[in-house]
Design a protein around this ligand. Structure first.
Ligand SMILES: C[S@@+](CC[C@H](N)C(=O)[O-])C[C@H]1O[C@@H](n2cnc3c(N)ncnc32)[C@H](O)[C@@H]1O
Length: 441
C-alpha cells in the first residue's frame, strides 16, 4: 500500500473539494486494514501537511516563482507533501521524500511536471537555508505565523490584544492535540464508579478539576471498543463545554430549550442535571444533526429530551413566554477550538467575524423571547473573539432592556470572578470558550 499516495488523495480533497481532513482520514482508515505503523505515518503526513499549510506554501514560494494557485492542483499538493517531509519530518531521508514525490508526479503529471517537481524538491533539499523564517526581531508577525502554522490575519489580531509572549503560548497550545475528556452520565453511574469501570476496561484516567462529572483520559484502547460507551455510561465532551450546563443550572421538572442543540453534548448534560424529568427541547437547523442528538439521548437513557428542526431565530412563534431556561450555544468562528481540527485554521476568514455576530444576535433575540419572566438565558460560543461574544451580549442588552446580566463565573463548579467567562487554551488548558448568563425580568 502506497501511504504517500493515500495521503496525497486526502490532502488533494481538502484542497480542492473542501473535505475535512479528520473525516477524510477516518474514512480512509476505516476502508483499509492498515498496520499500526502505516496508520500512524498516514496520519502524520495528512495532519502535518494540512496544519502547516500556510508555512509550506511560504516555503514553496522560496523555490518556485509562481504562486501555489497557479500550479496544477495535484502537482502543488505533491510539492506540499514533499516539502512537509523535507522540512518537518526528520525521520524521512530527503532522498526518499524527493524520490517518492517524483514517483507521484509520474502518476499524476506529465514529463514536464515530473521534471518540475524533481527540480523544486532537490533544490529545497540542497538549500534549506533559503527558506529560513525571519527572526522575531526582524518580523514578529511573520515569525509567529510561520513558526506556529497560523494565518497572519489571526496572529495580527491576537497581537493587538496580547503581548507577544502570550500570543506565542496560545499558538503553541493550538498545535497540541487536546486531551480526551468524558462526561459521566450521572443518570446511570457516579464518577467514582465510572473511573473504576474505565480502569477495568484498560483506560488510564483521572477526575477533572473543572467539573464534578468530568474525566480525563491519558491512555485508552479504541473508544468504540469500550462497553461502558455502548452502555451509555459517559459522553465524550470537552471540559469547557461541560461548564455551560452548570451555568444554565436547570432544575428537575423545568421546561428548558437548547436553541442550537445538535449534536447534543450540552442538551444531554442539561437533561442529566434535570434528572431526566421535565421537558428538554433540543433545537437545530439541521435534521441530520438532530438524529445524532436523538441517538446520544437513547444511548444515555434520556427520555425527557425531544428534538425540533427549526430556525432558532423564529422559536418564539411557538414558545413565546413558555420556557424556564434557554441556552443559545451559538454557531461561531470556532477560534477557541483550532487544536481540534488541523485544517480549520486555514478555512477561517476575518470577514466571518463581521457576518457571524448578526446571525448570533438574531438567534439570541429569537430564542430569548421564549423565556418566562424570571427565566434564565445563557449564551455560549467556542470562540475567543469579542465581536462574537461580549459585543453580541452588549448589543442584545441595548435592544432588550427587559434582560440583565448575571455573573456566569460565580455559577461555575469552581467559581471565578466576572460577569463573563472566557476560557483560553494557553491559560486554562481547555478549549477556548465564552459563557454569559442573563435574567429576564
Ligand atoms: C456550536 S454548535 C452546537 C453544539 C451543541 N450545543 C452541543 O453541545 O453539542 C451550533 C449549532 O447551531 C446550529 N445552527 C446554526 N444556525 C442555526 C439556527 N439559525 N437555528 C438553530 N440552529 C442553528 C448548527 O447546526 C450547530 O449544530
Amino acid at each position: 500500500m502506497n501511504i504517500r499516495q493515500l495521503a496525497l488523495q486526502i490532502i488533494h480533497d481538502v484542497d480542492v473539494k473542501q473535505a475535512y481532513a479528520n473525516i477524510a482520514l477516518a474514512n480512509m482508515i476505516n476502508r483499509n486494514n492498515f498496520s499500526d505503523q502505516d496508520r500512524r505515518f498516514l496520519t502524520e503526513l495528512v495532519y502535518g501537511t494540512v496544519k502547516a499549510w500556510g508555512t509550506i506554501d511560504w516555503i514553496m514560494s522560496r523555490y518556485v516563482d509562481r504562486p501555489p494557485a497557479k500550479i496544477p492542483p495535484m502537482i502543488r499538493n505533491i510539492l506540499r507533501l514533499g516539502l512537509y517531509q523535507l522540512f518537518f519530518l526528520s525521520k524521512v531521508p530527503p532522498s526518499a521524500a524527493c524520490n517518492q514525490a517524483v514517483e507521484l508526479a509520474k502518476k499524476y503529471g506529465h514529463p514536464g511536471t515530473v521534471k518540475f517537481v524533481n527540480a523544486v524538491l532537490r533544490s529545497a533539499a540542497r538549500n534549506q537555508e533559503k527558506a529560513k523564517y525571519p527572526t522575531k526581531e526582524e518580523d514578529l508577525l511573520r515569525y509567529l505565523a510561520l513558526t506556529y502554522f497560523h494565518p497572519e490575519w489571526l496572529v495580527s489580531r491576537w497581537l493587538k490584544r496580547f503581548d507577544s509572549e502570550a500570543v506565542e503560548r496560545l499558538l503553541q497550545e493550538n498545535n497540541k492535540p487536546p486531551r480526551l475528556s468524558l462526561r459521566t452520565n450521572t443518570l446511570k453511574i457516579t464518577r467514582e464508579a465510572l473511573l473504576v469501570r474505565l480502569a477495568q476496561e484498560g483506560v488510564t484516567c483521572t477526575a477533572s478539576d473543572w467539573t464534578p462529572e468530568g474525566i480525563i483520559c491519558h491512555e485508552l484502547p479504541a473508544l468504540a471498543s469500550l462497553t461502558s460507551l455502548k452502555e451509555g455510561l459517559f459522553q465524550v465532551q470537552d471540559e469547557s463545554s461541560m461548564l455551560v450546563a452548570h451555568v444554565v443550572d436547570p432544575q428537575p421538572g423545568e421546561f428548558v430549550i437548547d436553541a442550537c442543540g445538535a449534536p447534543g453534548g450540552k442538551s444531554t448534560h442539561l437533561a442529566a442535571l434535570m434528572k431526566n424529568t421535565g421537558r428538554l427541547l433540543s433545537v437545530d437547523l439541521f435534521e441530520h444533526k438532530l438524529a445524532i442528538t436523538r441517538e446520544n439521548a437513547r444511548r444515555l437513557g434520556i427520555t425527557c429530551l425531544e428534538t425540533l428542526q427549526t430556525d432558532a431565530a423564529t422559536l418564539s412563534d411557538q414558545f413565546s413566554g413558555k420556557a424556564d431556561r434557554v441556552l443559545v450555544d451559538a454557531p461561531c468562528s470556532g477560534l477557541g477550538v483550532l487544536r481540534r481540527k488541523p485544517d480549520s485554521r486555514w478555512r477561517k476568514t476575518e470577514s466571518q467575524l463581521q457576518d457571524l455576530p448578526k446571525l448570533q444576535l438574531s438567534i439570541l433575540t429569537g430564542a430569548a423571547s421564549c423565556l418566562k419572566p424570571g427565566g434564565v438565558l445563557v449564551y455560549s460560543t467556542c470562540t475567543t473573539e469579542p465581536e462574537e461574544n461580549e459585543m453580541v451580549i452588549r448589543e442584545f442588552l441595548s435592544i432588550r432592556p427587559d434582560f440583565s446580566l448575571q455573573s456566569a463565573g460565580s455559577r461555575l463548579p469552581s467559581p471565578r470572578q466576572g460577569e463573563f467567562v472566557q476560557l483560553w487554551p494557553h491559560l486554562d488548558f481547555v478549549d477556548g470558550f465564552f459563557i454569559s448568563r442573563l435574567k429576564k425580568h
